[in-house]
Design a protein. Structure first.
Length: 457
């Protein structure tokens, strides 16, 4: 098959080229019109031809243990494909006492046969006993290249600094990378207690249970631990200009062998804490952790993503309907499930608010949404680029379409941060490993065809 007449994105910007693929792989990127013959031709005139998006941070169908789960694997992956993302990396979360391989197997059971896009799994570690840490090397061999630890969520997921250090040492030894949720669980718990003791239980108070100082303290702490242990580190969902500054300084001072990576998520770039003051529903929809921050932070984070201080753009997609959040809110804001949707929005919303506004080049956009997350997360030979030998994950994108955003697939309209946003750019067609899965903005597949991706750093 040949996609002809479109433009691929190179470092020089949009460049006319034809993309040739056979079966599941890209075979050639060639000058326009050079190869004809018997191939099937797809006309991409006026469109951008992009590599399928890579969202390295999602929570599809995540059970919370109280009968509530985030939007499921099928539904979330439907939004992903319709939004131009062909690969996601989700988190397998072990139950208390559960061996890590068992948690991974449980997550694969939930995903396989339901997921429409390709996926990998990070594995969360909340128990640093010798038994659990000993399970890490075998998982790395099976393609779980990344683990996650929390400094947040006291009494549930939180590791103290001593435990975090043990985890980092185990992860480094096995050749993997650690992802860290950097907020200080003690500080958040104390802030939450004060709020509840003084009757401040509405959703508008949620951000006050996640003070800026809490994130900055945890970021500083985990950067120091990374230096001490030499463990490759990604700080996920960085939400503050102050955190970014700490990362930047640590990179300046690092020795050559350390790997320090910063992830930012869509809602921390383009939605701000004003939503917590915009009424009950808006505040509920905006409940996520870390919370939305002030607009000044958003602007600094976007500048950081543009100039390379931040490495890639994810979503932390973890969608709950507004109805589910509302029902839980009766018990006070701490009961409200944390999370926002975004996997379907990431490409179009970032194109609208970063590229079409002239703040980010097309080349940097594709780098942060496709190539870098693939390279950093162990998919560098297969995903995130339009190049010979890579999977034929291809998106035809109309950069001129203008309309108001509607959540994709069965995403919840009322609970979305993006409903009604005037956007520029539309995903028209998508191929996953050479198979067309979206045509004219509609799903065309009959069977869930997503595959588990072993990842190796
Ligand atoms: Zn997350």
């Amino acid at each position: 098959m040949i996609i002809t007449g479109g433009s691929i994105i190179t470092d020089q910007g949009p460049t006319r080229a034809d993309v040739h693929f056979e079966g599941s792989r890209i075979t050639d990127i060639i000058a326009p019109g050079e190869l004809a013959g018997s191939s099937e031709i797809i006309d991409a005139g006026g469109l951008l031809v992009l590599p399928g998006g890579i969202d390295a941070h999602t929570h599809f169908g995540m059970p919370l243990g109280n009968g509530i789960s985030s939007l499921g694997w099928r539904e979330s992956s439907e939004a992903a494909l319709l939004g131009g993302t062909t690969t996601i990396i989700d988190f397998a979360n072990p139950a208390v006492g559960e061996p890590l391989p068992q948690a991974v197997a449980r997550w694969r059971d939930m995903a396989d046969g339901n997921i429409l896009c390709d996926y990998g799994l990070h594995t969360t570690v909340t128990d640093v006993s010798a038994d659990r840490l000993a399970e890490i090397p075998a998982l790395v061999q099976k393609g779980i290249a990344t683990f996650k630890g929390f400094l947040a969520y006291k009494g549930r997921l939180m590791l103290d600094p001593r435990e975090m250090k043990l985890l980092m040492e185990a992860v480094r030894k096995s050749g993997a990378m650690l992802l860290v949720h950097a907020e200080d669980g003690e500080m958040n718990a104390a802030a939450e207690e004060t709020l509840l003791n003084t009757g401040r239980t509405g959703p508008n108070w949620h951000p006050l249970a996640h003070p800026d100082e809490s994130e900055e303290k945890a970021v500083a702490e985990v950067l120091a631990l990374a230096e001490e242990t030499g463990c490759p580190l990604t700080i996920v969902h960085m939400s503050l200009a102050g955190s970014l500054k700490l990362l930047k300084n640590a990179r300046v001072n690092r020795d050559d062998n350390s790997i320090l990576v910063g992830e930012v998520c869509l809602h921390h770039l383009f939605a701000d804490s004003g939503l917590y003051k915009a009424g009950h529903g808006a505040a509920l929809a905006a409940i996520c952790s870390p919370p939305l921050r002030t607009a000044g932070n958003c602007a600094d984070l976007l500048a950081g993503l543009v100039n390379g201080d931040l490495d890639f753009l994810s979503t932390d997609h973890c969608e709950f309907s507004l109805a589910a959040k509302s029902a839980a809110a009766a018990g006070g804001f701490p009961r409200v499930p944390n999370g926002c949707g975004g996997v379907g929005e990431r490409m179009v919303v970032s194109h609208t608010l970063a590229v079409a506004t002239g703040k980010m080049t097309l080349a940097r956009w594709i780098e942060t949404c496709c190539r870098r997350p693939a390279e950093l997360m162990g998919l560098k030979d297969r995903k995130g680029q339009l190049a010979p030998g890579f999977d034929a994950d291809i998106v035809l994108f109309d950069p001129t379409a203008e309309y108001r955003w509607e959540p994709l697939g069965s995403s919840d309209r009322a609970g979305s941060l993006w409903t009604g946003l005037p956007v520029t750019g539309r995903v028209r067609d998508v191929w996953l490993r050479g198979r067309q899965v979206v045509a004219g903005g509609k799903l065309t597949l009959d069977q869930p065809g997503g595959e588990f991706l072993p990842r190796h750093l």
